[in-house]
Structures are given as C-alpha cells and as structure tokens.
Ligand binder design. Structure first.
Ligand code: CA
Length: 424
C-alpha cells in the first residue's frame, strides 16, 4: 500500500485561505503499482497527464501509535515514487479518478537503507521529461516531516512492513503525453523512469499490475436524501474514496470511538462484490461483473472531517472502523439490488431507514465509471453510500445494520481504552 501526502510543500499552502490542519492523505491502490522502466498509460480523451516526483519512506515493521520521537525506528529506508495524476480540477474531491488509473504509481525497486541516507529532510527531488529537468523541490520545504507523518498516520491506521509513504510532490507539476520519457531522481536515491504510452499501447504491452490486496472503494453522498440532510447538493460525478485494508473488521466485532470526539456516526450501506476482472465495462454488461453483495457500516468520525468533498483517511480509514459482513450473498440470490431496504438500529432502536432505489448513481453506472479508469479484480468491493439518518454513537452502543436478504451486521462501540486492551 502506498499512502500519498498532498499539499505538503510550504509554498503550496501559503496562499490557501483554509490550509489543511492535518496531513492531506490519499491512497494509491494496488492497480496503480508498477516499476522502473515500465509503461504508464496516457488515457484517451485526456490532453495530458502529470508526473508527481516524491521521496517515499518504506516502513520496516508493524507500526501503530508511534510517537514522533521513535518514528525512525519504524523506517526501513527510502525509495522513489511517481504519483502520476490527471490534472486536478478541484482540491476538494478525493482524488480517485485522477490518481488511480492502472500503472499510475511507479515505485523504485531499490530501497536505500535508513542509515545510508544522511538526511531525508535535505534531499532535492527532480522530475526530468525527455532528459530535461522540469520540476524540482527539496524535502527541506515539507510542511509535515517524516516523524510527524508517521505519528499522524499511525495514530489511526496500522502500517505494515513495506507499506510506503510518498511524502510529498513539490509544486509545479508538468504535463506529459504519450511518447514522453519521465524520470524521477533524487540525490542518493537513484532514478525511476517511466515510458508514457497511449492507452492502446499500454494494453498491448501486456503490462499488468499484480494484485496483492483487495481494493475497497466507497461512495460519499450517494443518496440525495442524505446529501440534503447535510445541506449539500448531490454530486454530479460519483464522490469516490478508498479505504485502507486494515479499516475493515468482521461481523460481531468492536469498533473504537476515539476519546474526546463530539460526533461519530454509523452509515449502513450496500456493498457490491466484484466477481471477475473488470476494465472498461459498459453499463449494459456491468452486472455480469458482480459476484454478490454484503453489508458495510461505514462509520465516520465527524470531528476529523475538514471537508465533505475531501474526506481525509483519518475520518474513514481508521483501523477496524468498518464492519463488513456477515457474509457475501450471491448475486443470483438477490432479485433486485436496487430495491433493498436498509435499516440501522442502535441498541435495537431504529435510527436509519432507506432504500437502495434512491441511490444517485446506481451499480451499473458506478461499475462503468470506476472501470473506465481503474481495473477492478475479483473480491474488490464498492460500498455504495448511505441513505438519510445518522446519529451519534458512544462506547457501549450495539449497532446493527440490516439489509433485506443480506442479513444483519452487528458491531459494538468501545472506548479507546477498551480498544487498546483488546488489540494489544
Ligand atoms: Ca459512507
């Protein structure tokens, strides 16, 4: 897993009226992973793509709740990363459509050990296009340095060995097109070269990222009644975000409400499970790629939400915060996934009720949309959003999400203390 950090250069945020209060984190899922000298597709219909040179920190071992003073104990070393992206049209949208095309995340194969790099906060990182330096920055200018990033991320999310943090792309991204050769380099870290090719050339090259883990996508504001309840317009394009693998927990388990927060709420949701590799799927055939359905409770810690259109990982990707289950029901056993009642109970009291017919973007639309830029693989999942009705939950609450034909997903909220005593 690669975690990217956006807006992490001082010069980039100095002009913002509302600068981020915590690191702006995003995920690059497995379909984006590729290596040195590999092709990167320039998608059809897009004028250009933009490289994103970054130093990347490779984690040495399981890291949770790491204090910044000990952060480097958890660092195995450093490598290079190239956060390819479409040009961002908004700094508010979670960047899935822009950043998660197949092969949009070249990563160096050589990890320079922690002790071999004198000072990771004094490294100049450059991006060359066809040999010429086009973008450059120094890690001296990072807003959040490595110890703060490790502390911040592991305060809510467990990192495992070889997880990687791309610590920031300097301002001044440049446009590249098919035919260009892009190289990321940094003193002491070598170089990482990508060949930008047309989408057709990419497909014909047979290059394909190897899946390591499930990709779990989720939808924000996908029910008009829920959007209006928050006094928001329903979005015109799906508001997609990604959830880290460790955020999922099973039926009948517990989820942690952080101490001192004002609002943590449940979100009962229908989850679509992918059955076969899906790329550029058309609406008419979309349901052929579904193998089944299950239930998620996509809890959110509202206090950590700085912006509805840019839900930070801290809100939605916390360890164990997303109960999933109780089982996957086969597609053929669900007559119409767009006519299912969703009910959420807290301590047996009905608190949320909706119907999947009210989704803004239905399942075929979502599959066509997502697979237009990223390949989905068997067992990948899309959680389709929550209807109206949310309310605060506190330690001790028993929360059950029920969907017609899919069963009941139950979970208990615990305090931070109880959570820590349970998970060691
Ligand atoms: Ca949700």
């Amino acid at each position: 897993m690669v975690i990217g950090v956006a807006l992490n250069f001082a010069s980039e945020i100095s002009g913002l009226t509302d600068p981020p209060k915590t690191p702006v984190l995003f995920l690059k899922p497995e379909n984006t992973e590729t290596g040195h000298l590999s092709p990167v597709p320039h998608p059809e219909g897009v004028p250009a793509i933009q490289p994103g040179p970054s130093v990347a920190v490779v984690i040495a071992r399981r890291a949770r709740r790491v204090d910044r003073s000990e952060a480097f104990d958890y660092v195995k070393g450093y490598t290079l990363f190239n956060d390819f992206s479409l040009k961002e049209t908004s700094t508010f949208r979670p960047p899935v459509r822009t950043k998660c095309f197949d092969a949009f995340g070249p990563i160096g194969s050589v990890v320079v050990s922690r002790d071999a790099l004198k000072n990771p906060h004094d490294v100049t990182v450059r991006c060359r296009v066809n040999g010429e330096v086009r973008q450059e920055g120094t890690t001296r200018d990072l807003v959040w340095k490595i110890p703060e990033l490790v502390e911040s991320i592991t305060s809510f999310m467990t990192l495992e060995e070889d997880d990687t943090i791309a610590i920031g792309v300097p301002p001044g991204r440049v446009d590249v097109v098919a035919g260009d050769v892009v190289t990321v380099e940094a003193d002491g870290l070598g170089s990482l070269t990508s060949h930008v090719v047309t989408e057709r050339e990419y497909r014909d090259s047979g290059a394909f990222p190897s899946p390591r883990q499930r990709t779990f996508l989720a939808l924000g504001l996908n029910y008009a009644d829920h959007a209006s309840e928050l006094e928001f317009q329903a979005p015109e394009e799906p508001l997609l975000f990604l959830k880290a693998p460790g955020s999922v927990t099973a039926d009948t388990q517990v989820s942690c409400r952080p101490d001192g927060v004002e609002m943590m709420h449940f979100e009962g949701e229908l989850v679509v499970v992918i059955g076969k590799t899906a790329s550029r799927v058309k609406r008419a055939e979309a349901m052929d790629y579904v193998s089944g359905y299950t239930i998620a409770n996509d809890y959110a810690v509202r206090d950590y939400l700085e912006n509805y259109y840019r839900p930070n990982l801290r809100v939605k990707s916390r360890d164990g915060l997303t109960p999933l289950g109780p089982r996957i029901v086969e597609k053929d056993d669900v007559a119409d996934p767009h006519a299912l009642e969703i009910r959420t109970y807290v301590n047996r009291e009905l608190r949320q009720q909706g119907n999947t017919r009210d989704m803004v973007f239905d399942i075929p639309f979502l599959l066509e949309y997502v697979t237009s830029f990223m390949t989905l693989r068997p067992s990948d999942m899309i959680s389709t959003g929550t209807p109206k009705g949310f309310s605060n939950v506190v330690p001790g609450d028993e929360v059950v999400v029920e969907i017609d034909g899919l069963g009941r997903l139950s979970n208990r909220i615990v305090s931070e203390n109880e959570w820590r005593s349970l998970d060691g």
